[in-house]
Write a protein that binds this ligand. Structure first.
Ligand SMILES: NC(=O)c1ccc[n+]([C@@H]2O[C@H](COP(=O)([O-])OP(=O)(O)OC[C@H]3O[C@@H](n4cnc5c(N)ncnc54)[C@H](OP(=O)(O)O)[C@@H]3O)[C@@H](O)[C@H]2O)c1
Length: 199
């Protein structure tokens, strides 16, 4: 049966592909971001509460958000770490904590981290920290979420279509955005929980 699915970040590269793939599987998609579709800013808890007051309950929540600064370690300030971790990690973690009462029994969360939690690049320390926080959070949250609600992260390598990032990932495998979307479908429509899907 078709699910009702919120995709936050649906205007972006991975989020738009994931929303289309989930729609093609027969689900109803609510697209959201700060500037397109249903408006929400994941760094603002009030804005997340207001979103659920408007849209009501859902079967699944997908987040493909997160802005982090990319700079060599000796140029990164504590403020850069605060900003990146607040936007990417705490934004998605905040979504889970606020959205849980609005996710139906047996529903799911799918968060987006990235390869830098496991493998470094010269300018990726903030992204590494944020991605690691998300992967670790999902493992812990899987053990604590109520009513059979599942949670996984999808952790892509640099995306083939994200050409602006390629020079920062020399020699890294490039993941087609369709493969990242496929992993999101696996998380939403499968039975696994507490997993990091590396693609
Ligand atoms: N691209 C890659 O190669 C790659 C590889 C591995 C991991 N990732 C991770 O995958 C995620 C998505 O990447 P992407 O390339 O698809 O990014 P993107 O094209 O920049 O899309 C990000 C989406 O998130 C929304 N967004 C950003 N901050 C938000 C906030 N605070 N509240 C609500 N919506 C917000 C953006 O829309 P608005 O600006 O309208 O809010 C946009 O729809 C990121 O976490 C990224 O680090 C990307």
């Amino acid at each position: 049966m078709g699910k009702r699915i919120l995709v936050v970040g649906a205007g972006g590269l991975i989020g738009s592909e994931a929303a289309s793939a989930l729609e093609a599987s027969g689900h109803e998609i609510i697209r959201a971001s700060r500037s397109t579709g249903e408006q929400v800013d994941l760094t603002d808890p009030t804005s997340i509460e207001a979103l659920f007051a408007r849209i009501g309950d859902v079967d699944a929540v997908v987040a493909t958000t997160g802005v982090v600064p990319f700079k060599p370690l000796d140029e990164l300030t504590l403020e850069d770490f605060r900003d990146g971790i607040a936007d990417k990690a705490l934004g998605q973690i905040g979504l889970v904590t606020i959205a849980t009462p609005h996710v139906r029994d047996g529903g799911s969360f799918t968060l987006t981290s990235g390869v830098l939690s496991r493998e470094p690049i010269e300018t990726g320390a903030v992204a590494s920290a944020a991605n690691g926080a998300l992967d670790s959070f999902a493992i812990a949250a899987a053990a604590g979420l109520p009513r059979g609600i599942r949670i996984n992260t999808v952790s892509p390598s640099v995306i083939a279509e994200a050409t602006g990032y390629h020079s920062s990932f020399p020699g890294f495998p490039q993941t087609p955005v369709s493969e990242a979307a496929r992993a999101i479908v696996r998380s939403v429509d499968g039975v696994e929980t507490g997993q990091v899907f590396s693609v």
